[in-house]
Design a binder for this molecule. Structure first.
Ligand code: FAD
Ligand code: NAD
Length: 488
């Protein structure tokens, strides 16, 4: 990272754009602003395990990428342990080298964080390693990790400080034993008994990693409903599948306390029937994340928070302070890397005078379990609650040739379309490579496709995507590879 503060105030007029935070929202904003010809600096305070500045924020260092590296390894391991025999492949004694797995994950992270540095250099973004704090009148105080604070004058400021895990008093963190998602990406051995608090994206993904490698995993979820934001048919199917895989998911659990005991932890929780006590070797607390604004704003910054502690912005990510914008996890909307990156690019382009918008109705969501869960747009239950008229089409991967050939045929595709216009309102996939398949649905919805449009499109055979095609045909009762429901 370049810690040259560049042309500061009093030299040649300061910066056109200063970005605080180099996660996916901030680095995308900085790169796009520089591409558009603006003199841009991006401040980030993250340090890696060795104490060196690192770019890429939560996503690259402690989030999306390291978790997917572990998910992919553990999936391969579980396939070899559980399913290779069905394919006629013998593997003998299997073992997992946890330090080796972690070293590979770290190498992937280093490659990608270094890539952001290279992109900054190639596009002319000046990276500043240290903390940023917004003062009044678009001035930013920059404090390098090992130096004196200076003040940068900016024409435009983009705040992208991200989010941090939520702590709960009932389960205080104990290094190595009671951990948040960052600690759960660093275990040095497979825990024998693993507890997870929270059955959201992190609980399911990291619970899956360690359970596939041999942990007895229990997930304690406060809500009575599993994945309430997903399609409820899919949530039901997924819950059944995950339980079959060995994830012991318990709903309606109120965790009362988690206390260290020996090398592990004792958790007491209450459900509808009783109070329970469970012993774990390791406990992951995954109950959500909160916007990270500590130390970010001087009292006269002019930027306000909303009632939930997010930086308050309008639809165009403008804060209450002139020419100060905020993007990513620190503002309303889903905490997803791609949502923040789209906001960052939009803001940079608007500063340059272009007029793009972020389509918040088309944000894809993915949970990287196996099978994966992915969706975009409206759920059937939300349309029903709003009294809307809709039709659905579903298709099972059990009738898809490619999925069967790959021995990976659990799950369905479900498409929800407007009953009058046939416009696609939502697409829900539980199945192999759902994360890749959902991109087709996002494109269709971006272009306001009808289910018939998708049905009239030719899909290669044999592919998993044919399940999307058939589900779209099914909306109009025209599926070929399943018997269509009779419509009244
Ligand atoms: P961040 O990535 O959090 O980056 C903010 C950066 O700003 C950080 O480097 C921080 O140090 C820096 N910063 C903060 N304040 C200051 C300051 N005052 N001065 C200087 N620097 C500052 N999302 C997905 O879309 N897909 C996934 O598969 C996925 N998996 C995840 C897995 C895990 C385990 C976790 C924890 C998260 C995952 N997420 C995933 C969420 C994703 O990581 C976030 O949505 C995304 O990183 C948010 O991007 P951001 O740029 O807003 O903030
Ligand atoms: P989450 O909001 O997805 O899930 C948290 C879960 O914990 C919820 O089901 C909630 O009901 C439950 N919970 C809250 N308090 C509890 C308590 N005291 N006891 C028991 N259960 C409790 O949050 P997360 O899984 O921590 O993830 C944080 C953020 O990171 C999310 O916004 C998510 O979008 C993002 N993320 C995304 C991905 C992905 O896109 N694949 C992966 C990981 C994280």
């Amino acid at each position: 990272m370049n810690d040259d503060a560049g042309p500061g105030p009093g030299t040649d007029g300061g910066w056109e754009v200063v970005v605080i935070g180099a996660g996916p929202a901030g680095y995308a904003a900085a790169i796009r602003a520089a591409q558009l010809g603006m003199r841009t600096a991006c401040i980030d305070k993250s340090l890696d395990r060795e104490g060196n500045p690192t770019l890429g924020g939560t996503c690259l260092n402690w989030g999306c990428i390291p978790s997917k590296a572990l998910l992919d390894v553990s999936h391969k391991y579980a396939e070899a342990a559980g399913h290779f025999g069905e394919l006629g492949i013998g593997v003998g004694d299997l073992s997992i080298d946890v330090p080796g797995m972690m070293a590979r994950k770290d190498a992937v992270v280093t490659r990608l964080t270094g890539g952001v540095g290279a992109l900054f250099q190639g596009n002319g973004v000046t990276a500043l390693a240290g903390s940023g704090r917004l003062l009044g009148n678009r001035r930013v105080e920059f404090t390098p990790h090992d130096g004196e604070a200076t003040v940068l004058e900016a024409e435009h400021v983009i705040l992208a400080p991200g989010s941090v895990p939520i702590d709960i008093d009932q389960a205080p963190l104990v290094p190595g034993t009671v951990v948040d998602s960052t600690g759960a990406l660093e275990f040095d051995a497979v825990p024998g008994r693993l507890g997870v608090i929270g059955a959201g994206a992190i609980g399911l993904e990291l619970g899956s990693v360690w359970s596939r490698l041999g942990s007895e995993a229990v997930i304690l979820e406060a809500l009575d409903e599993f994945l309430p934001m997903a399609d409820q048919r899919i949530a039901r199917d997924a819950l059944r599948a995950f339980k079959r895989q060995g994830l012991d998911i318990r709903l309606g659990c109120r965790v009362m306390r988690a206390e260290p005991s020996g090398d592990g932890v004792t958790v007491t929780y209450q459900d509808a029937s009783d109070e329970h006590v469970v012993e774990f070797d390791r406990l992951i607390v995954a109950v959500g994340r909160r916007p990270y604004t500590e130390g970010l704003l001087a009292p006269d910054s002019g930027v306000n928070l909303d009632e939930r502690g997010f930086l308050y912005v309008n639809d165009l990510c403008a804060t209450d302070a002139p020419e100060v914008y905020a993007v990513g996890d620190v503002v309303r909307g889903p905490m997803l890397a791609h949502k923040g990156a789209e906001e960052g690019v939009m803001v940079a382009e608007r500063i340059a005078g272009h007029k793009p918008l972020v389509n918040y109705d088309c944000v894809p969501n993915v949970i990287y379990t196996h099978p994966e869960i992915a969706w975009v747009g409206r759920t059937e239950q939300s349309l029903k609650a709003d009294g809307e008229n809709y039709r659905t089409g579903t298709f099972s991967f059990g009738a898809n040739g490619r999925a069967l050939a790959a021995n990976d045929a659990e799950g369905i595709v479900k498409i929800v379309a407007d009953a009058e216009t046939d416009r696609v309102l939502g697409v829900h996939v539980f199945g192999p490579q759902a994360s890749e398949l959902i991109a087709q649905a996002v494109i269709a919805m971006e272009f306001d496709a009808s289910a018939e449009d998708l049905g009239l499109t030719m899909f290669a055979h044999p592919t998993l995507a044919e399940a999307v095609h058939e589900a779209a045909l099914g909306v109009g009762g025209r599926a070929i590879h399943m018997v269509n429901r009779k419509r009244a």
